[in-house]
Design a protein around this ligand. Structure first.
Ligand code: NAD
Length: 511
């Protein structure tokens, strides 16, 4: 038995991790999804969808206009009376089906995400699994939302129920093309709403696949629609009188605009924005797991995720940890451990931050600017691991969201200084501390100004049903997007207070 295990391990070591094959394919023009099928947009304008692996067009989508949106809203309104009154068990059944359809099609969906987003296929799979957790949470809603009822005074009963709001919408970013829509759709739909999705025009392919899966799962036509497009549709959603709530995930600049515009018209809005997350590293931290944690957090998804911690704040002498980090980072392989940057524009923006930090005097421990692209993908937007040391807290690379594989290391003398750097940043999505001291971990988790805290975990995404959401300028609106908080966002609470006249023999009047 032991000999067999030894040979298995040897085989794995010899094989090493290899880059998954990304097949180029042009999907042609992708229509909107209305009433359970693909429908031509009323607009004739098109947006080109480019694969960051190849720098080549893989599809086009319509630059839809307000008439397309109006059609989707009318269709959604027409089915709302039926869908909202259908019992929750039948609505949740769609989620049970969707869960197994996602499992069955994991390969297809992850390859699609990799192609239009630039993630590795493994990364894409991980993101689907995270989205699937919300689907699983939605299957539990019949049990969770059984309401409350009690006798509140003699002869008087109060009952509380969760009621759907109506036609609602979601606007999503490029970086998690399936996971972020899956943060919204399962809870919104299972609670009885009709949902209109406006996916990122950079990565629209998987949203349309999800539409097909929902149909296969038995969702009645008209409950879910996908409208492709960009700014016009986002503004149209914010302004539409018949859309009752909007969830947005994207950059803080646009999140703030969508939040103000939607709420000005009385719409309910929850808009998740960008991030600049900090990892506070203390010399007593475990050498190997800390180095791995710093690397995984800052470089996973090529740094293009709102949970990426792009600043490591070292307290006192953390040189051994940084040396280990550099050692591990030098083994990071493009295409295997990390995918591409989403676009040429994003690539230029990120390298500008590195150029600027270099000019300002940062020590470049690893420079990803001239990284070697993987074979057969030479035209892709590849940027390697970049680690900047001795960064000053007031430099742009330490203050702003770079959204790329760049880790800035700030050196401090004390925990108080480190805490202040974290607290002073205007964002507040996540923060982490690496230490073996319970006391230090407790101090940081109590005082960090962020919604999601990691203790020896660099990407502290709460597993469902613990909800997802940040603080400060990482979010406009109240509550979180998933978990019970998501249920509150997509529902209205109805309270019924009842008293029935008492009579000794009520049936007598019928005789
Ligand atoms: P983005 O803000 O550019 O785009 C998001 C959505 O807004 C897209 O659907 C896009 O079509 C639309 N949009 C873009 N410009 C617009 C404009 N001027 N007017 C109206 N609508 C507009 O974001 P992105 O580049 O797609 O995604 C990356 C950003 O998303 C990062 O800042 C990242 O931190 C953030 N993000 C946040 C979370 C979170 O949970 N807080 C999760 C994922 C991504």
């Amino acid at each position: 038995m032991k000999v067999l295990k030894f040979f298995q391990m040897l085989l794995l070591m010899l094989k090493g991790k290899k880059m998954g094959k990304i097949n180029f394919k042009n999907y042609g023009h992708q229509k909107n999804w209305i009433s359970g099928s693909y429908v031509d947009s009323i607009s004739t304008k098109k947006i080109s969808v480019v694969s960051p692996y190849f720098d080549k067009e893989i599809a086009t989508v319509s630059e839809s206009n307000i008439n397309d949106l109006n059609l989707a809203v009318e269709k959604s309104k027409s089915i709302f009376p039926y869908w909202s009154k259908l019992n929750i068990r039948d609505r949740a059944e769609v989620m049970f089906q969707l869960k197994s359809i996602l499992e069955k099609n994991m390969e297809e969906l992850s390859c699609l995400i990799a192609l239009d987003n630039g993630k590795t296929v493994e990364d894409a799979k991980g993101s689907i699994l995270r989205g699937k957790e919300v689907v699983e949470f939605a299957t539990s809603l019949p049990s969770l939302l059984n309401g409350d009822s009690s006798q509140v005074a003699d002869g008087i009963t109060c009952t509380l129920s969760y009621e759907p709001i109506g036609v609602v919408a979601g606007i999503t970013p490029f970086n998690f093309p399936a996971m972020v829509p899956l943060w919204m759709i399962p809870i919104a739909i299972t609670t009885g709403n009709c949902f209109i999705l406006k996916p990122s025009e950079q990565t629209p392919l998987s949203a349309l696949k999800i539409a097909e899966y929902l149909k296969e799962a038995g969702l009645p036509d008209d409950v879910f629609q996908v409208i492709n497009g960009s700014r016009d549709i986002v503004e149209g959603i914010s302004d539409h009188q018949d859309i009752e709530a909007v969830a947005f995930v994207g950059s803080s600049k646009i999140a703030k605009i969508v939040y103000s515009r939607s709420t000005a018209l009385g719409k309910r809005a929850l808009c998740l924005g960008g991030a600049k997350n900090h990892m506070i590293v203390v010399p007593d931290a475990d050498l190997y797991s800390t180095a791995k944690g710093l690397l995984a957090s800052s470089m996973g998804s090529a740094g293009q995720r709102c949970m990426a911690a792009s600043v490591a704040v070292g307290v006192a002498n953390i040189d051994p940890i940084i040396q280990q980090l550099v050692k591990e980072a030098n083994e990071f392989k493009l295409g295997v451990d990390m995918g591409t940057i989403i676009s040429k524009e994003a690539f230029d923006r990120i390298t500008k931050y590195i150029d600027e930090a270099e000019k300002m005097g940062a020590d470049i421990l690893i420079d990803g600017r001239n990284a070697m692209p993987p074979k057969d993908y030479e035209n892709g937007y590849w940027l390697g691991v970049t680690i900047l040391d001795n960064v000053s807290p007031d430099w742009p690379c330490a203050q702003e969201e770079i959204f790329g594989p760049v880790l800035s290391i700030i050196r401090t003398e004390s925990l108080e200084q480190a805490m202040k750097i974290e607290n002073d940043n205007t964002y507040g999505n996540a923060a982490a501390v690496f230490t073996t001291s319970g006391e230090i971990a407790k101090t940081i988790s109590e005082n960090a100004s962020a919604g999601m805290i990691g203790i020896n975990i660099g990407v502290p995404v709460p597993r469902e049903p613990y909800s997802f959401g940040g603080w400060n300028e990482s979010k406009y609106g109240h509550g979180d997007i998933t978990g019970k908080s998501g249920v509150h966002f997509w529902t209205n609470l109805k309270k019924v207070t009842a008293r029935w006249p008492e009579s000794e023999e009520p049936w007598k009047k019928y005789f």
